[in-house]
Design a protein around this ligand. Structure first.
Ligand code: MEV
Length: 313
């Protein structure tokens, strides 16, 4: 084969970010509105990564590139090859914004390498490789990002437990707003860990409350209860704010979404920048919320119809 190709997409955490690192459940959906494509070819010299995606970011966060090299090295070890490769990455996933960009790039590159060598890659192998890479990018990954950027179905996810996909049966639209600011998930995860360690009675209770909200939300998602889900989203955001992972820009976008009548709104992913999500009743409501987010300074918005079972972007 002259070229290997691999794909991945973004993800949205509806409930349970940060708490999922501590064994609490999270609820997440694939977000194919943003995607990544990796191509792999043999190279005569050193392995090179042409990664427009991370330009400008790698100076600030060299571990992003390091984690990608890890995924490449493990993939080659598993395939028992020692070649130099040229890897090209094209992505529409904004990096470090809570949409799973670092996991997605590792998923796409791993798939492209296995495709190049015409080797089969099981889901378990893929998750193992990507989670190893994510340890560099994210420090202590729960495994949720690797799963969601490689899967096409929503999951109710608990770390180290059997995977459980669920039926999304909600009529409503999800509006995603990007603050345009990089989130630095690794630092946010570490700061939450410090808080939980030093004040377990306060922050440990927040983590458990986030888990409970995720558990209850699964029922709302499966049984088309958008109003209830919206209230839980806002309750989750309050807890995440207490944990110190919101930001001024996220608060501005969340306030704007709620003033446009969103049923609920929260940050999504690691926080400290990155993206927020709001729940709207229908497409028209979603457009109004997106307009309100743009007026409040969102760098980009996406409207995602969850049409009672199918996810339409
Ligand atoms: C990052 O997208 C989600 C976090 O919960 C970290 C993790 O699950 O590894 C903050």
């Amino acid at each position: 084969m002259t070229q290997g190709i691999g794909y991945a997409h973004g993800k949205i955490i509806l409930m349970g970010e940060h708490a999922v690192v501590y064994g609490e459940p999270a609820v997440a959906i694939p977000f194919p509105a943003v995607k990544i494509k990796a191509t792999v070819e043999k190279n005569q010299g050193k392995t090179s990564i042409d990664c427009l995606f991370y330009k400008g970011l790698v100076d600030e966060m060299p571990e992003l590139l390091e984690s990608l090299h890890k995924a490449i090295d493990i993939s080659l070890q598993k395939i028992k090859k020692n070649d130099w490769l040229t890897i090209k990455i094209e992505s529409t996933i904004p990096a470090e914004r809570g949409m799973g960009s670092s996991a997605a790039v590792a998923v796409a590159v791993t798939r492209a390498i296995f495709d190049y060598y015409d080797c089969s890659l099981t889901d378990e192998q893929l998750l193992e490789i990507v989670n190893e890479a994510e340890k560099i990018a994210h420090g202590n990954p729960s495994g949720l990002d690797a799963l969601m950027t490689s899967s096409h179905v929503p999951y109710y996810y608990i770390k180290n437990q059997e995977l459980s996909p669920f039926d999304l049966n909600l009529h409503g639209v999800l509006v995603v707003g990007d603050t345009g600011i990089t989130g630095k998930t690794k630092e946010a995860v570490q700061d939450v860990a410090d808080k939980v360690k030093h004040s377990p009675e306060t922050y440990g209770a927040d983590i458990r409350a986030l888990g409970q909200l995720a558990r209850e939300s699964l029922y709302f998602l499966e049984n088309d209860l958008p109003e209830e889900l919206g209230k839980h989203m806002s309750a989750v955001h309050k807890l995440l704010r207490d944990l110190g992972v919101s930001s001024k820009e996220l608060e501005q976008l969340i306030t704007a979404a709620l003033s446009a009548g969103a049923l609920g709104a929260k940050l999504t992913g690691g926080g400290r920048g990155g993206c927020m999500i709001a729940l709207g009743k229908d497409k028209k409501h979603g457009i109004d919320i997106a307009q309100s987010l743009a007026n409040a300074g969102a760098a980009e918005t996406w409207i995602f119809e969850m049409n009672g079972g199918s996810i339409i972007d």
